[in-house]
Design a protein around this ligand. Structure first.
Ligand SMILES: [Zn+2]
Ligand SMILES: [Zn+2]
Length: 210
């Protein structure tokens, strides 16, 4: 069993997720967007131990709180990113382009790749590479919990923008068809921005698809 806490953080209202395996109390932060202290405090209250940080993609609004989370933990968590977004990570996710300053960004310690299995306690997650919004964008799929953490690939009624460096519209649509719509309709989609939705709802109602 996993528990999911969501936060809306930072200058562009990014969703960050704190997820724990209830038996082991092991926790992961997906996209520490901002206010790392807030995320760590929530984990401390629940007696969860943040051992991992998983990044969907290296835009500044998905990584801005990473340094703070790492600094506040006694044991350094692993920071996992797809290598195709590493250059953007080193450029602080384009923060300067938007006139935004973020703190230090720690070096990733784990490379993510398509099809990789990640363990949180005894709960398995699968890494799905879904380029188009950025080159190294990945999603995290937990089959047992029927949930996909899909970052900025797809939103309720929308899709990720493709006008930023590394973005490509046709690639994004192809990623959505091959990596999102192939999942069961009841799969919850927890996006990088906005409310949650499901594969079934987007399959029918998303104006960018079909
Ligand atoms: Zn993005
Ligand atoms: Zn975003």
């Amino acid at each position: 069993m996993i528990s999911i806490i969501s936060f809306i953080l930072g200058p562009v209202e990014t969703n960050s997720y704190l997820i724990a395996d209830e038996e082991s109390k092991e926790a992961v932060v997906i996209d520490p967007a901002w206010d790392g202290a807030k995320i760590v405090a929530e984990a401390v209250t629940r007696n969860w131990n943040i051992s991992n940080i998983w990044i969907t993609h290296a835009h500044f609004d998905h990584l801005g709180g990473t340094g703070e989370v790492v600094d506040l933990l006694d044991t350094r968590p692993s920071v996992a990113l797809h290598p195709e977004d590493l250059a953007m990570w080193h450029a602080q996710g384009g923060a300067q382009l938007f006139g935004i300053r973020i703190g230090h960004v720690p070096e990733p310690s784990q490379d993510l790749s398509h099809g990789q299995q990640l363990l949180l306690g005894s709960t398995q997650f699968e890494v799905r590479h879904a380029p188009g919004h950025s080159k190294g964008h990945v999603m995290f799929y937990c089959q047992s919990a029927k949930v996909l953490f899909c970052g900025d690939v797809i939103f309720r009624g929308g899709i990720g923008r493709t006008d930023l460096p590394g973005g490509d519209y046709n690639t994004l649509i192809e990623s959505i068809y091959s990596q999102v719509l192939t999942l069961p309709d009841e799969t919850r989609l927890m996006s990088g921005h906005g409310p949650e939705t499901t594969v079934g709802v987007e399959r029918i109602h998303n104006p960018f698809l079909g």
